[in-house]
Design a protein around this ligand. Structure first.
Ligand code: GRF
Length: 197
């Protein structure tokens, strides 16, 4: 059974999809703790599913490094097999990434390497593309630049707003995340050698 710590900043719908998947006794992963960098709305899912939480507020620390050191310490309390960044909206310093790599994955609302960064959905709309997508990647020291575990295309429809497009992307993103964790747990995806999976 793969143990997961999930880190969130927002509403946590991706987190919730993992929690729901893990209700199936045959799903080979369990969320053991949920962390956030703020008092995120998505922490309510933790309460609903009876999962412990921790909050390490970014704004309570003098710099990114000291904040991330505390976050890492809070993650390590749970000795997870895998850490999932799921709508976690803070850049993590190199030493946090190195401490967990390659057992650190992230979801992204675009078809990487297209539209990396915090504005992947609005950037796709601004670029006028007819297709974007969703991706799950292994986190490396770049911004959304790590090896891709899974991705799928999503059409941009005439009249789409950032909100309407993001809603449709997130439906795909949630499925990709649940499938990626399943694939990691059963060895179909090898995080040490993702290209050969
Ligand atoms: C996801 O699209 C994630 O990739 C992006 O923000 C969204 C978070 O959604 N960075 P939620 O908090 O899981 O609902």
């Amino acid at each position: 059974m793969l143990s997961l710590v999930v880190l969130i900043s927002g509403g946590g719908s991706n987190l919730r999809s993992l929690l729901e998947a893990a209700e199936d006794a045959e799903y080979p992963a369990r969320v053991v703790a949920i962390g956030a960098d703020r008092d995120a709305d998505g922490l309510e899912h933790a309460e609903a599913f009876g999962i412990p939480t921790f909050v390490v507020p970014f704004t309570s620390y003098p710099d990114r490094e000291s904040w991330a050191d505390e976050l890492l310490a809070s993650v390590r309390v749970w000795s997870p097999d895998l850490v999932v960044l799921s709508g976690f909206m803070r850049l993590l310093p190199e030493r946090f990434v190195q401490a967990l790599a390659p057992n650190l994955i992230n979801t992204h609302p675009a078809y990487l390497p297209e539209f990396p960064g915090a504005h992947g959905v609005s950037d796709a709309i601004a670029a006028g593309v007819t297709q974007t997508g969703a991706s799950v990647i292994i986190v490396d020291n770049g911004v959304d630049s790590g090896p891709i575990i899974a991705q799928e295309r999503v059409a941009v429809l005439p009249g789409d707003t950032e909100h309407s497009l993001h809603d449709r992307i997130k439906i795909v993103e949630r499925q990709l995340l649940v499938q990626s964790v399943l694939d990691i747990a059963n060895g179909t995806v090898n995080l040490q050698e993702p290209q050969q999976a």
